[in-house]
Design a protein around this ligand. Structure first.
Ligand code: ATP
Length: 284
């Protein structure tokens, strides 16, 4: 296996509890993906084919990858990640081979979820691409999707922030015929996400997560994660002068008093910008 990275199966350990502000999306995915993977007999009994492909559509950093990992984990399914731009970058013929290998492994290890991140980069509209290699990769993906048996117990989840840019043929029945829109979180969503990312963080009593979620309009999950990381770095900066850097460890009494304060978050807010501002402006 020379082509290791994207084909390595790894059981994901993220759960639905690690995803904030996407309650109804999780419900939809459970119905579309988790139920059929866990109880294929339900769908066989009813004589319907569960979906083979689900397209997650939304701006970057909103949790699409994390969501796919969580569904795999909660469904007890193997998780295979294909990174669109990465697979595109490989040598001639190599991309198709890598794609085939992932599908083969996923089929052999079913139940499984194949997650294709940034699918627009491997399956752009064929009329708009110049290269033969790109066209062949789209064709390969279509062939692989069509070749999946309904009872394969394998679901392909793909993510994009440009659904209009992908080849229409991909969205026909039996391929990515379900679509879930994932938006920028609202205040409640941001509050949930903050709760998740500060779970293991000692917070000073003056930290008001509700207020923070109000003042972070336009922040997506990735921004909220960055914000809490920055706030923690602020706390470290604050404590640095108190440290004796000749010592090998930090005295417990110093460590025990260390927490992240409101002003650490205020400082962090100066450095983290909402990455989804453009989308938010359009929606507003
Ligand atoms: P991209 O399209 O850029 O790959 P994405 O939508 O797949 O982005 P993720 O990679 O899942 O986003 O999220 C990046 C990080 O941001 C996550 O590891 C997590 O720390 C945080 N994050 C994003 N969305 C959420 C969310 N809804 N709840 C909790 N954390 C989130």
């Amino acid at each position: 296996a020379e082509y290791e990275e994207p084909t390595t199966a790894r059981r994901a350990d993220v759960t639905y509890d690690d995803i904030g502000g996407l309650g109804s999306t999780i419900d939809q995915l459970r119905e579309m993906v988790e139920l059929p993977l866990r109880y294929p007999e339900l769908f066989q009994r009813l004589g319907v084919d569960p979906p083979k492909g689900v397209l997650l559509h939304g701006p970057p950093g909103t949790g699409k990858t994390r969501l796919a990992r969580a569904v795999a984990n909660e469904s007890d399914a193997e998780f295979f990640l294909i990174n669109g731009p990465e697979i595109m970058g490989s040598a001639y013929g190599e991309s198709e081979r890598a794609l085939r290998e992932v599908f083969e492994q996923a089929t052999a290890n079913a139940p499984s979820i194949v997650f294709i991140d940034e699918i627009d980069s491997i399956a752009p509209k064929r009329g708009q691409v110049s290269g033969e290699a790109e066209k062949r990769l789209v064709a390969q993906l279509l062939t692989l999707m069509d070749g999946l048996e309904a009872r394969a117990n394998l679901v392909v989840i793909a993510a994009t922030n440009r659904p209009e840019a992908i080849d229409e043929a991909l969205r026909r029945p039996g391929r990515f015929d379900r679509e879930i829109v994932i938006g920028v979180p609202d205040e409640r969503g941001r509050r949930e996400i903050l709760g998740i990312h500060t779970r293991g963080m000692p917070l000073a009593p003056d930290v008001d997560l509700k207020e923070l979620s109000r003042t972070t309009f336009g922040f997506v999950g990735a921004d909220m994660a960055a914000l809490t990381r920055e706030a923690a770095i602020e706390a470290v900066r604050r404590i640095m002068p108190k440290l004796n850097l000749d010592e090998r460890t930090i005295p417990p009494e110093v460590l025990e008093t260390l927490s992240v304060t409101r002003s650490d978050f205020v400082e962090a807010l100066k450095r983290v910008q909402p990455s989804a501002m453009r989308e938010v402006m359009v929606q507003a």
